[in-house]
Write a protein of this length. Structure first.
Length: 280
């Protein structure tokens, strides 16, 4: 496994993924009952934006760097508030130095009676993750295959939960592996909320094939969110998407406000666009 998220922490994909993650958790915690969280590809938890890797690419400047502080009366500021509050908790004032990854966000939002399992296959990243979570009895860190944990720990005793599936997409058959794992997970825990992140590149066919395979699973109500920031023929990541299975009631309305803002703010010199609607 060669992927290192430290080069990409805080980029536009993280902004979309983590702002949605914060919104979903905030909604689920309206009920007092305990929640279970599973992050199948958790990374190292926190990332140094002043470090060599982040400075080499500078991707965070065109992502979180553009939306860190509220604008003059933008409606999207209300939707971004939970995400920005998390960023503020890891930094001093407007000096953005530390970026919280998904596991740090999840841990930061855990209530005393909630519980989380974080999986990370890369040994060095898992060690840093374990160090970040040391002493927290609510959290268990597993060095290994996150897909396997979908079968081992579902359904959770809490009967309420959020599962984040955000693989690096290095394997040529990643979409097939993900689809099979998701199908098994839904059989075991059909009422869980699932967030599935996927990349969009110039080669659109693999993504469309993946979405078609997911549709065939006869899913519960699922929201498809896509943010496109670069021309379709550009190299590298041109956009990204999220599938939200068993979507919270308010999420689509919140995205109707947030996505146009992100598309215009993060696209820079390009023409950003987005898709929002049920997976069909």
């Amino acid at each position: 496994m060669n992927y290192r998220h430290s080069f990409h922490a805080g980029n536009f994909a993280d902004v979309l993924k983590h702002s949605v993650l914060a919104l979903v958790i905030t909604y689920l915690q309206r009920k007092e009952a305990a929640l279970f969280f599973l992050d199948t590809h958790a990374g190292r938890a926190v990332y140094d934006l002043a470090g060599r890797d982040a400075q080499k690419t500078g991707e965070w400047r065109e992502g979180v760097g553009r939306i860190q502080t509220p604008g003059p009366g933008a409606d999207a500021d209300i939707v971004l508030q939970p995400y920005r509050a998390l960023l503020a908790g890891f930094n001093k004032g407007n000096d953005l130095r530390t970026y919280p990854g998904s596991s740090a966000i999840l841990r930061g939002l855990l209530r005393p009676h909630d519980r989380a399992i974080f999986c990370e296959a890369h040994r060095e990243e898992a060690a840093r993750l374990r160090q970040h979570c040391a002493g927290d009895g609510r959290v268990r860190v597993i060095e290994g295959d996150g897909y396997g944990e979908l079968s081992r720990c579902l359904p959770p005793p809490e009967r309420r939960g959020l599962i984040l599936i955000d693989p690096p997409y290095e394997a040529t058959n990643e979409y097939s592996i993900l689809t099979a794992a998701l199908e098994k997970a839904l059989r075991r825990f059909a009422n869980g909320v699932y967030l599935v992140w996927y990349p969009v590149t110039a080669l659109r066919a693999p993504v469309d094939g993946f979405l078609a395979a997911i549709r065939d699973l006869d899913l519960p109500k699922t929201l498809r969110i896509e943010l496109m920031l670069h021309p379709s023929g550009a190299e590298g990541l041109t956009g990204c998407g999220l599938l939200v299975i068993n979507q919270p009631h308010l999420l689509e309305t919140q995205m109707q406000t947030l996505l146009p803002f992100l598309a215009s703010t993060l696209a820079g010199d390009h023409q950003g666009s987005f898709h929002l609607g049920p997976l069909r």
